[in-house]
Design a protein around this ligand. Structure first.
Ligand SMILES: C[C@@](CO)(OP(=O)(O)O)[C@H](O)COP(=O)(O)OP(=O)(O)OC[C@H]1O[C@@H](n2ccc(N)nc2=O)[C@H](O)[C@@H]1O
Ligand SMILES: Nc1ncnc2c1ncn2[C@@H]1O[C@H](COP(=O)(O)OP(=O)(O)O)[C@@H](O)[C@H]1O
Length: 288
């Protein structure tokens, strides 16, 4: 059996942008969860050459160098003598969509490669992850966290068990530098110092999560809507779904989500939306 790692979709249940740093990056505060059964798969393949072969419905949409290759290179640099590896990637997640697909793939690659090196710890992987992208550390964890800094500070959060979502992407054309355009369009103020840290929230019931997410929202929603107005249609359609508790944008978009209390409600929501919008990518999932 070849080894494989699941690379789950990341969902920003909230995304507050606290200000712009002098290096152009933004300090943020985000409640992040992961889809339990929607994601890419990174697998060790046979062959002696280092590199990645890509299959799956969105294999053709990755432009430029693949983050899996970058992760292989980052691992080889930090672990001298690491054997070259041929990997395969099943690309199930739409590319550049605000659910961190590339970051999840890079993180899954680092986890997979490290499984042969017990001396490589999670802090080592988090250090490698930081240089690959702001969202890669959180995808190393792949568990619910409060994410702060530019994405490198991770505080574990307990989410109620029964939290379900429908993820929706309209598969509209997205510009190559979408994330930096959305951040730039926000026009956030320059930070004077390090933002003060809030206590990590505690959620005993789903209603606590909904109240928190409603109050915090996603600060990138307005600039993302300016860049991709179809996000407005997605959110309007999601907000009409029966039993939906909250509909919001994830990351810099354009993927949006609606939260539900049960799997059957999420599945019914996905089915209803597929009838209205057959060309959209629509996935019900459990969050954790
Ligand atoms: C917005 C978020 C929220 O989770 O998610 P996505 O929409 O990408 O899924 C992330 O912060 C995206 O992380 P990631 O996609 O890894 O970003 P990077 O490749 O490091 O940076 C892409 C660009 O986004 C901007 N950027 C990113 C992160 C951050 N904290 N501040 C920023 O200003 C910068 O302009 C940077 O040039
Ligand atoms: N394995 C990969 N999967 C997805 N995108 C990748 C990958 N490798 C490189 N990329 C590039 O990274 C950029 C961001 O992709 P992605 O991580 O899917 O976006 P987002 O963070 O918005 O969900 C895209 O321009 C894409 O071409």
């Amino acid at each position: 059996m070849l080894k494989s790692e699941f690379a789950p979709a990341k969902i920003n249940l909230t995304l507050e942008i606290l200000g712009r740093r002098s290096d152009g990056y933004h300090e943020l505060r985000s409640l992040v969860a992961f889809a339990q059964d929607v994601g890419d798969v990174v697998e060790l393949a046979s062959g002696s050459l280092s590199g990645v072969e890509i299959t799956g419905p969105f294999a053709g949409d990755i432009s430029g160098s693949n983050l899996v290759d970058s992760a292989i290179a980052a691992f080889a640099e930090k672990v001298p003598g690491a054997a070259p590896n041929r990997l395969s990637l099943v690309k199930n997640l739409p590319v550049a969509s605000g659910i961190g697909g590339g970051s999840a793939d890079a993180a899954a690659t680092l986890r997979l490669l490290s499984s042969a090196y017990p001396e490589v710890s999670e802090p080592d992987l988090l250090t490698m992850a930081r240089v690959l992208g702001a969202d890669v550390p959180v995808c190393i964890r792949a568990r619910p966290v409060m994410m702060t800094g530019v994405g490198e500070t991770l505080d574990e959060v307990a989410l109620p068990h029964d939290l379900y979502a429908v993820l929706v992407n309209p598969l509209a054309g997205v510009p190559a530098n979408k994330t930096s355009q959305v951040f730039a369009s926000l026009g956030a103020a320059t930070l004077a110092g390090t933002p003060s840290k809030e206590p990590t929230p505690r959620f005993s019931r789903i209603d606590d999560v909904i109240a928190y997410a409603k109050a915090r929202g996603n600060d990138l929603e307005a600039p993302a809507l300016r860049l991709l107005p179809i996000i407005g249609t997605v959110l309007a359609d999601l907000r009409r779904l029966e039993n939906g508790l909250l509909s919001q944008l994830s990351g810099a978009g354009p993927t949006c989500f609606t939260l539900f209390k049960t799997r059957s409600e999420a599945e019914a929501g996905a089915l209803a939306l597929r009838l209205r919008q057959p060309s959209w990518w629509i996935r019900p999932t459990r969050l954790g």
